[in-house]
Design a protein around this ligand. Structure first.
Ligand SMILES: *Cc1c(COP(=O)(O)O)cnc(C)c1O
Length: 393
């Protein structure tokens, strides 16, 4: 479909990737709970292997319930294809492994999901792949770090937890010039707020556990992009086997039907929460790309239609004082994760970096007084009133 013919994201969230009809004229997608598929004859088997017919073969290679998630994400991202995984990290690690080989070099922006950094900086060297970390959004530093053997640049947009926003168009341009592939973890943005492929990004990764599924009840991951690149990633999934389960796939596609509704509500609530926090005397800094005070607000405005549901902020408090504030909040639950209907709150210094000292945390850029608030779909008035009482304590 040409961009003009493309349906709106709201319509695609509901109908994208769905076939004309399901068995028994069921309106909603069946859960195809099978590990394998049978052939009517050896002749059918041979025509399948000869590429004369398209059909399923074995559960690790494909499943219609999983395929629906893949096609829905591909349509929402405006790309040719997508491949689903058992978790966001399965998607991320498989995508990276599909694009590198021994001797390759990859570049990662330093503000990112902790396990992504761990994989890139602590695991890839086992395969003879080297990595360079560059400061978030710094395209000049990125270009300077590119070497002849650089294969891949990995970024989040916005990043976790500081919500820096790299200029995707500039990133894609520099990488194309040097024939380096780009991979963007777009978990925080969702295709409702941003479609990285429109700016020339090669592969888009999602932790479907977050906004796509949206209900804090299932794990999943997706990699989306061109047929050629997604095909490479799919081939590696066939070998490693981190497949999405059909039940989980059902929950994800079901959650995605309300993706546009939820994310827009979360966008609206989050900007109100961010403005409230910014004006509060006990809050020293708010990291939310929708705020005019955010250093990347102009870039965010250029490439995003909404700024997401995560608000990161710093309190005028130490580690313990910040914990006391979190414990006083009544609506958001204390939990890792984000993007679901329930608001969640966490102190990154404790949640993801507990084993480090304050000094070590400073080195990786995690402050003791940092709070990450994932805005759910509750009333923004209630959330703000709750934050207000917790801050007053
Ligand atoms: C949660 C998350 C991941 C990992 O996804 P899982 O589904 O938990 O494996 C990767 N990137 C970002 C930005 C995330 O928030």
């Amino acid at each position: 479909m040409s961009p003009k013919e493309r349906r709106s994201i709201d319509t695609l969230a509901v109908h994208g990737g769905e076939p004309e009809a399901y068995a028994h004229s069921a309106l909603t997608a069946p859960i195809v709970q099978t590990a394998t598929y049978s052939f009517s004859s050896t002749k059918e088997l041979c025509s399948y292997f000869d590429g004369e017919i398209e059909r399923e073969e074995y559960g690790r290679y494909g499943n219609p319930s999983v395929r629906l998630v893949e096609q829905k994400v591909a349509e929402l991202e405006g790309v040719e294809d997508a491949v689903a995984f058992a978790s966001g990290m399965a998607a991320m690690t498989t995508a990276i492994l599909a694009l590198v080989k021994s001797g390759s070099h990859v570049i990662l922006f330093s503000d990112c999901y902790r396990r992504t950094r761990q994989f890139v900086c602590g695991f890839l060297d086992r395969f003879g792949v080297t990595a360079t970390l560059v400061p978030p959004t710094d395209i000049a530093a990125l270009e300077a770090a590119i070497r002849p053997e650089t294969r891949l640049v990995i970024s989040e947009a916005p990043t976790n937890p500081y919500q820096t926003v790299v200029d995707l168009e500039a990133l894609a341009k520099v990488c194309k010039k040097h024939r380096v592939k780009t991979l963007v973890d777009s978990t925080f943005a969702t295709p409702v707020n941003m479609q990285p492929a429109r700016f020339g990004i090669d592969l888009v990764v999602h932790s479907a556990t977050k906004y796509l599924a949206g209900h804090n009840d299932v794990l999943g991951g997706v990699v989306a992009g061109s047929h050629a690149l997604v095909g490479l990633v799919r081939d590696v999934r066939h070998v490693f086997g981190p497949c999405l389960d059909p039940h989980a796939a059902f929950l994800i596609q079901r959650g995605m039907k309300t993706l546009a509704l939820r994310v827009r509500h979360q966008n609206e609530s989050a900007i109100r929460v961010a403005r409230f926090l910014e004006a509060h005397p006990r809050v020293t800094r708010v990291h939310y790309p929708g705020l005019e005070s955010h250093p990347h607000h102009e870039v965010a405005k250029k490439q995003m239609s909404g700024f997401g549901g995560v608000v990161t902020f710093e309190l005028d408090a130490d580690l313990e004082g910040t914990s006391r504030f979190i414990d006083r909040c009544r609506i958001p639950r204390i939990a890792p994760s984000l993007g679901g209907v329930e608001s969640l709150i966490e102190q990154p210094a404790l949640m993801s970096f507990y084993e480090l000292t304050t000094e070590q945390r400073k080195e990786v850029g995690i402050l003791d007084n940092l709070v990450r608030f994932s805005v759910g779909v509750e009333s923004a008035d209630d959330l703000i009133a709750d934050l207000e009482q917790a801050l007053a304590g």
